[in-house]
Design a binder for this molecule. Structure first.
Ligand code: DMJ
Length: 686
């Protein structure tokens, strides 16, 4: 029996206690009003509760989910055999759709394996890190930092380059030679340029180079697996000075629309610098088109991570996307190459000048300072330097491959600075003095040659590449110490003569890659793999410099011989090709039209048959890929707002130097940093 405990006391009747009789009446006909109200309240509360339960309590599937272990809910499901391919973050809930126990276990096992493998990999990486030297770790961290900084910069969008005073540009076109015969020859060279360009345009457009026989694009490992139109960039300034304006425009358009450096390609820092940055800078100065300057600076930024080594000597190669650098596998003991890290100065000074970013100049200045502190065996610079230890590799010295343009850039740094960079001039003079003492000899037949120094022994062999040195000696004659200008001009003439002999003693009248002065041999190649000619410019380059300094007609005559030989033996319907044996009357082709054929060989030939007013040497310095860069004469520069107008040459120069901290002269900002000092501590001198 239920006790009506809920009834209010006021409603209870106290029954009389009569034994055997019920205390309460069995029924009552009606409820009181207050009782009715309370009952209604209870009923409505009950109904509300039921509704609430229906809508708000979790359904059964949710209950099921809560029943699963935490691991099942939070760890993404990895289907066996599909590791690494599943959608990142996609969560598959176990326990649904009837997964059986076996599958569940397999998945757990696969997860554990993955976690184990991850741990092992992390452990391995940690061990490798520990094995690396402090300096290498520092360099790696620096690379990462640079990358993060670059990514941040990218988010803000590219910063516009600051306006800088433009050097007054002298002699950028025409150069009419005057007499009709020379003009005809010059026209022929222009026609050859057009054939080379048109063929590339038709069959190799956008590729780095051209295969003129296969009639398709070509590339080599110096450009990685990129398709960066090396021929277009390398050829631009030649097109410009030859007045091939439509072709120049076509090239410019391709660059505007297609030249992109965010590519996953491992490229040669040296080659990209001399061909691309040099080519773009020259195109900018000649044409005034901003796009070339912007692209040059963008590309240069991509090269900077190559300098993140323990010593600051750059790697030979860098991946343009990741910024990871390394050296050529063939180089002595992991070394960087003298002619590569020593051939950046001219372009990097201009990059700082045009971008206002001191980083470029600091990098090359650091290299120079580091080299200045090192001992040099017999006063010579070995071709190999280890960027980790700062020690020389093998003691090989060459004025040809691996060494050549290092010496060239010392002289040209001085010339480009309007002869104020006297440190560069002194370094050049000392180096050439040691080279003359140890490497330059006369053959039995009276030919002056430059041999190769290998561990204290002179190899009596000269490379085609070494032939550029005739022009370099002539260019450096003025300003040489002890009034030796005549001597150096003479030395230039002797080298030009020897190199001409190397051409003249072949069947095709084209020079071999290397030639000997030994065992009765004079200026001829011996080994089969030294008999090729790949459209190289160095001999013609020397003819041109000798022509400019002497106006001896034999240089034009020799240049014309070479032009005819190239046109006769290297020209094919799809362009120009190198030949494999210059001693064979029936040579085979190598099927490559090198980009330097358009940048250098044809440009030097064209200049040889032009007047001296085209790109005068007082105003222009040619980089090692024949890209002309202006001398930074302050007298010729008008600053915007004309702060320095009316200033004398000296004051004007001081202003430029102080503003930019460049040109390595006494008044320049000293950019040496603590890092630099640290870097040199690791050096071992011999
Ligand atoms: C060019 O790329 C440059 O002249 C470089 O300095 C070495 N030689 C090649 C052409 O022979």
């Amino acid at each position: 029996m239920t006790t009506p405990a809920l009834l209010p006391l006021s409603g209870r009747r106290i029954p009389t206690l009569t034994p055997g009789v019920s205390s309460f009446p069995h029924h009552r006909a009606t409820l009181r009003l207050s009782e009715k109200f309370i009952l209604l309240l209870i009923l409505s509360a009950f109904i509300t509760l039921c509704f609430g339960a229906f809508f708000f309590l979790p359904d059964s599937s949710k209950h099921k989910r809560f029943d699963l272990g935490l691991e099942d809910v939070l760890i993404p499901h990895i289907e066996p055999g599909k590791e690494g391919k599943h959608n990142a973050g996609q969560i598959i809930i176990h326990g649904q759709g009837g997964h059986d126990e076996h599958r569940h276990k397999e998945e757990e096992e696969s997860l554990r394996d993955k976690i184990r493998a991850d741990h092992e990999r992390a452990l391995q990486e940690a061990k490798e890190k520990l094995r690396k030297s402090k300096d290498e770790l520092k360099a790696e961290i620096q690379t990462e930092k640079t990358k993060v900084a670059e990514d941040l910069k990218k988010k803000d969008g590219p910063k516009p380059l600051p306006p800088v005073p433009m050097p007054k540009l002298v002699g950028v076109n025409d150069g009419d030679p005057g007499d009709p015969d020379t003009k005809e020859k010059r026209d022929k060279i222009r026609e050859m340029m057009k054939h080379a360009w048109d063929s590339y345009r038709q069959y190799g457009w956008g590729h780095n180079e051209l295969k003129p026989l296969a009639k398709k694009g070509h590339s080599t490992n110096i450009f990685g697996n990129s398709q960066m139109g090396a021929t277009i960039v390398d050829a631009l300034d030649t097109l410009y000075i030859m007045g091939l304006h439509d072709e120049f425009k076509d090239g410019q358009e391709w660059i505007e629309q297609n030249l992109d450096f965010s590519v996953n390609a491992e490229v040669s820092v040296f080659e990209v610098n001399i061909r691309f940055i040099g080519g773009l800078l020259a195109a900018y100065y000649l044409s005034g088109q901003e796009v070339f300057k912007v692209k040059a600076v963008q590309l240069a930024e991509k090269l900077l991570p190559a300098f993140n080594t323990p010593t600051g000597i750059p790697w030979a190669m860098v991946n343009l996307k990741s910024g990871v650098g390394r050296n050529w596998g063939w180089a002595s003991a992991g070394s960087s190459i003298l002619a590569e890290f020593g051939t950046l100065h001219m372009e990097f000074v201009h990059l700082t000048y045009l971008s206002g970013n001191p980083a470029y100049y600091e990098k090359v200045r650091h290299i120079r300072k580091l080299l200045a502190k090192m001992d040099r065996p017999n006063g010579l610079y070995p071709n190999y330097l280890n960027p980790r230890t700062g020690r020389w590799g093998q003691h090989h010295t060459s004025v040809g491959g691996l060494g050549d343009s290092f010496y060239e850039y010392l002289l040209k740094a001085w010339l480009m600075s309007d002869k104020t960079d006297t440190e560069a001039r002194k370094t050049y003079d000392d180096a050439i003095e040691a080279i003359e003492r140890h490497l330059i000899r006369k053959s039995n037949g009276g030919l002056t040659f430059i041999g190769e120094w290998k561990n204290g022994h002179l190899e009596r062999k000269m490379g085609h590449l070494t032939c550029f040195a005739g022009g370099m000696f002539a260019l450096g004659a003025d300003g040489s110490p002890d009034d030796k200008a005549g001597h150096y001009l003479q030395l230039g003439a002797e080298i030009a003569h020897t190199c001409h002999e190397s051409y003249d003693r072949t069947v095709l009248k084209l020079g071999p890659e290397a030639f000997k002065f030994d065992s009765g041999l004079e200026a001829v190649a011996v080994r089969q793999n030294e008999k090729y000619y790949i459209l190289r410019p160095e001999v013609i380059e020397t003819y041109w410099y000798m022509w400019r300094f002497t106006h001896d007609p034999k240089y034009r005559q020799w240049g014309w011989e070479a032009t005819q030989a190239i046109d006769k033996y290297c020209r094919v319907s799809g362009g120009f090709s190198g030949v494999k044996d210059v001693y064979s009357s029936n040579p085979t082709y190598d099927d490559v039209q090198q980009s330097f054929f358009l940048a250098e060989t044809l440009k030097y030939l064209y200049l040889l048959f032009s007047g001296d007013d085209l790109l005068p040497l007082e105003n222009w310095v040619f980089n090692t890929e024949a890209h002309p860069l202006p001398v930074l004469h302050m007298a010729n520069i008008t600053l915007p707002g004309s702060q320095n107008q009316g200033l004398g040459k000296r004051e004007g120069r001081r202003l430029l130097i102080t503003e930019l901290g460049i040109l390595g002269c006494g008044t320049a900002t000293d950019s040496s940093t603590e890092d630099e000092e640290e870097g040199t501590e690791t050096l071992q001198t011999h």
